[in-house]
Unconditional design. Structure first.
Length: 87
């Protein structure tokens, strides 16, 4: 999978571009989320925070917000880029 090579920190735009298939579309999504400034090049404070996370950290962050559970109660699956409850 193309997104597997963009798992580290500071690869937010590249990873999203690989997921959606277009860098321009990724930039538009990040601008809509408020993570990228209207110029399409500058990350906002929220964008810098997300960009400093790995793909695993972002997945755990999404899951903790969604479930209300702590990150140590979740496990990350890199194949699906999802965090689920530990059994």
């Amino acid at each position: 999978m193309a997104t597997q090579k963009f798992m580290g920190k500071h690869q937010l735009i590249d990873r999203l571009a690989a997921q959606v298939g277009s860098r321009d579309m990724a930039i538009g999504i990040l601008q809509k989320r408020g993570q990228l400034a209207p110029d399409g090049q500058t990350l906002t404070a929220e964008g810098r925070r997300r960009d400093s996370m790995t793909a695993e950290q972002r997945a755990l962050d999404r899951a903790t917000k969604r479930t209300g559970k702590k990150a140590d109660e979740l496990k990350y699956d890199p194949k699906t880029n999802r965090a689920t409850l530990r059994k």
